[in-house]
Write a protein that binds this ligand. Structure first.
Ligand code: SAM
Length: 274
């Protein structure tokens, strides 16, 4: 069994809310073209608090979804979230398992489709994870992987302190064994892990005053909240001073105010098990 790296954003109530805000704000951008046929067997690996699960279930109500996570506490929240967002019949169709995605308790070829969102960036061995997942996918079945890439964040007004704060998050995640710049690596990772037909589509979020829902839901409540959430760790690691950190977070908040703009790119990959 592979030990997962510590999850840099933690499992707090604030983080659960942030993951929910992120998924709801980005649902159309990230999920619009993901539909699984009725009766197909789909595995969601690393479902967390179910932030994506509710959107998967809404888009493909006839599939048989199995959602797994290594955290029992997150699974309990995921179950409650899906129950709150869908009717009793639909939520009863989701199967939940506490499991390590490197060592899944399923037979070879058990699933028609795999879905993995915002998980690889936290793993020390993302290539090994993709190879382990391939085992439970039937030949001809598809995998969908969605990841961000913090190197794609740029904004107006520019702020050296804000850029430094993002850099501290990237470094903390790297020190924990993850890679928050993994979006740009999805094509080579999937190819090396033995998948065919790899297709990667960048999904850009661009927020300005003409898109207030994105300014609030993405710039402020998703991205800035995520960076702000590692402040204590950045200070404890001696990466910054409190004053500089606060300037950085204030710089990010300015991009959500009048005249501010924010750009970020997610990467959505699909591939097939040969
Ligand atoms: C950032 S969260 C993403 C959750 C969800 N996919 C989403 O997009 O909201 C990453 C999740 O991966 C889970 N995870 C990390 N390592 C894992 C492993 N080895 N096996 C299963 N789940 C794992 C964590 O517990 C966490 O819930």
């Amino acid at each position: 069994m592979t030990t997962p790296v510590p999850y840099v954003h933690g499992y707090s109530e604030n983080e659960a809310r942030r993951l929910g805000d992120q998924a709801d704000t980005l649902a159309e951008l990230l999920h619009a073209d993901t539909r699984y046929p009725a009766g197909s067997r789909v595995l969601e690996a690393g479902c967390g608090v179910g932030a994506q699960t509710v959107h998967l279930v809404a888009s493909s109500p006839g599939m048989h979804l199995t959602s797994v996570d290594i955290s029992e506490e997150s699974l309990a929240q995921a179950r409650a979230r899906v129950r709150a967002h869908s009717d009793a019949h639909t939520s009863a169709r989701v199967q939940w398992h506490r499991a390590d995605l490197f060592d899944l308790p399923f037979a070879d070829g058990s699933f028609d489709h795999l879905f993995v969102c915002f998980v690889l960036e936290h793993l020390r061995y993302p290539l090994k994870a993709l190879a382990a997942l391939r085992r439970v996918l039937k030949p001809g079945g598809t995998i969908t992987v969605i990841e961000g890439d913090h190197g794609s964040a740029f904004f107006h007004p520019d702020s050296a302190h804000a850029r430094a704060a993002i850099g501290h998050l990237v470094r903390l995640q790297a020190e924990a064994g993850g890679d928050s710049l993994i979006g740009r690596r999805l094509q080579p990772l999937l190819t090396e892990a033995g998948y065919d037909g790899v297709t990667v589509r960048p999904r850009t979020v661009y927020a300005d005053a003409t898109r207030p829902a994105l300014v609030e839901g993405f710039t402020r409540d998703t991205f800035t909240a995520m960076v702000a959430g590692v402040g204590a760790q950045a200070l404890a690691a001696g990466l910054t001073t409190r004053a500089d950190w606060e300037r950085g977070i204030a710089g990010l908040h300015r991009t959500a105010q009048a005249g501010g703009t924010f750009h970020y790119t997610f990467f959505k990959a699909t591939a097939v098990r040969p």
